[in-house]
Design a binder for this molecule. Structure first.
Ligand code: HEC
Length: 129
């Protein structure tokens, strides 16, 4: 009886421990992916617009704004202190800012605005993804 109780107690402690670890990991891990997924979505929408040759100024501006505000979360959320990483993140913000200021009103302008942004996404992914 005593042994059975001890085994049960051990199981309960194990389960509580697992739940604690899982929720700690869960709280820490979704944000980096969530930030990237959000940027991926908005880049994807801009890519679809290019393919469909429907590059309305308002829609492009909206997605660029969402990209720009989401990009500000990269450094705090990833917490990677390496200079290469933070340089890429700030380059992304600079280039998004330029793209917003250029206010692309047609597909040619949108494609030109997206090229340097895409290069920065790729540059960081090659090194850190
Ligand atoms: C400063 C570095 C950096 C920049 C800039 C960057 N990324 Fe990422 N990205 C990462 C890292 C690191 C990962 C891997 C994250 C992981 O697996 O937890 C990643 C993963 C991703 C993923 C996959 C997410 C998943 O669920 O696995 C997508 C989509 C993505 N990035 C989109 C983009 C887009 C679009 C841009 C440019 C607008 C961009 N990223 C710019 C570092 C960066």
């Amino acid at each position: 009886m005593r042994v059975a109780l001890l085994i049960l107690l051990g199981l309960v402690i194990g389960v509580i421990g697992t739940v604690n670890v899982m929720s700690t990991l869960g709280a820490r891990h979704p944000m980096p992916k969530a930030v990237m997924q959000t940027m991926g979505y908005h880049m994807g929408e801009l890519g679809h617009a290019l393919k469909a040759k429907q590059c309305g100024a308002a829609s492009s501006q909206h997605h660029l704004q969402r990209l720009q505000s989401t990009a500000t979360d990269i450094v705090p959320v990833f917490g990677v202190p390496e200079k290469d990483f933070t340089d890429d993140a700030s380059q992304l913000q600079d280039r998004l800012q330029q793209a917003l200021q250029s206010a692309p009103a047609d597909c040619a302008a949108l494609a030109a605005a997206l090229k340097p942004i895409d290069e920065t996404c790729k540059s960081c992914h090659q090194k850190y993804r």
